[in-house]
Every structure is written in structure tokens, then in C-alpha cells.
Ligand binder design. Sequence first.
Ligand SMILES: [Zn+2]
Length: 307
Amino acid sequence: MTHLRIVFLGTSAATPTGSRGLSATAIQRGDELLLFDAGEGVQQAIAKAGLGLNRRMKIFITHIHGDHTVGLLGLLQSMSMTGRDKSLDIYGPERVWELVKEVRRILGFVLTFPVRFTKAYSGVIVDEEEYVVKAARSEHEVDSYAYCIEERDRPGAFHRENAIRLGVPEGELWSRLQHGQPVIVGDKKILPRQVLGPKRRGRRIGVSGDTRPNSRLTRFFKDCDVLIFDSTYGDDQAERAVENLHATAREAAMLARNAGASLLVLTHFSARYTDVSPLLFQAAEVHPKVMAATDQMAFDIPYPEDW
Ligand SMILES: [Zn+2]
């Protein structure tokens, strides 16, 4: 199985507080790091979490606002100063790349590694062997995207008793069947479906960025195992959430429930809330499984059948 872990690096909205940095969430999948947003302070948060800078990595930016992007510049600079050699992929609205180019021009810093930028669009923007990343337009003041990592289906569970009954010797032939290849035993051809259960779906993690909740995002986040959603405000600021194109914790929970998301993680809290437990309580009235993110909070994501 591939290890999948979420690390919250910054969980405050707009301005940092003593305990919360600006938006950034890391998803570690095997040896790769997928970073969603890079608010100011992200470098220190990465160091604190022990995640390292010279590794296989993709960065997804939800929108151009400074509290989600300013950390990207220092991050690229530090990667160069520490001799990163692996290429880096960045995805996001066009202006993210303009920002990087302009700051590089002004500061005159050199990158020691190739950076590939892909302008975000609604659809599959990353197509890897084991997973895809989809993007969808979200609803904020500027060009904004929500992202969803979806692992591809895995082969079904291996039924060793069937393999033994069919006379397949343990070892390499089992492994080939487990990888979906037929094998020959004596004069018999054994097919993977004779020893494997039905295909099992992979894990899905959604990241909303800053947005109003809407029906398009509800469909986009359908059946997420974990949904990380804008929860800038509590019920007391519901009007402000509409005005500023953010969500309340309760609205995040309603969307998560309608999308069938197993676990909802609230994040991007307005600095006005020194204690976010009322927001957690409001969301928990709607969705049975809710957590409030804190900086450096981290947990592993099991496969759907292991929840
Ligand atoms: Zn924000």
C-alpha cells in the first residue's frame, strides 16, 4: 500500500495569528509531496514538519491572493539555495506564474532546477500512473480553483485459498496474478479474476481553497474520503461569508454531507476566532465526522475499506 498523509502547514485566513500560519496544506503520497497553496511562512512550517525541500513535489495554488502565494517565492529561493536538482511542477491561475516571473526579475534570483508551470483549468490536470488530480473552478473574488486527488482503482483482494486450490505455487506467480497478469500452471491458464476480488477504489482527498459552497463543488467533491474546506467563519458571520465569498463551518459541513465526504476538515479560520470550537460544534451538528485543523496537525489516510 502507498502511504498517504495530510500535514496542515497553515490554517489561518488572511492574516496569521500567534498559533496559525497562512494557507498551506501538504499531502505526502509515497515519496512525493503535493503542496496546496503556499502562504507566507510555509518554508518554516515545512521545516518544522520535517518534510524537506529536495524531493518529488508538485505545488497547486488555488488563487492569486497574497495569503496563498507569497510563501511560494521564498520557497523557490530556498530550494535553489539548498541545491534542489529535481524539476518542480506548479499548477494554478496564470497570474501565479506572472508573480513568480516578476519577482525573479526584480530580485534577480536564479533557479537551480527546472520549473514547469501549468495554467489550471477545469478537468484532469495531473495524470499519473497511480493517481490523477482534478481541478474545478471555485467561487471567490478572483480566478480560483478547487483540487481533488483521486487514486486510481487498485486490484481486488487476493484470495490465497483460491490460488492454492488452483495449484498455483506461492511466489512469483502469485505476484503476477496480484498485478493483473494471467499465469500458466502445467497446462492450465489461470486468470487474475479467479483469485482476485472486485477492484477496490483508491482514496480521494479534496481541497477547496477559498470559496462559497455551491452545487458544482458538491458534485466535484463527491465521495471524498477527506474534504478540506474553507471554514473562514462561524454562524455569527454568515452574512460576511456571503459578502467575502467564503464559507461558514456549517456550510462546509452541509456541502460535505451532500457530497458524501467521509471526513471533513475545517481550515482557513478567520483570525477573529482565537477558539474555533464553536465552529467545530456548528459543523458537527450537520456532519458526523468533522475535525478542525491546527498548524502541524497530521494524520494518515487509510484505504476506504479500512475506515
Ligand atoms: Zn485566503
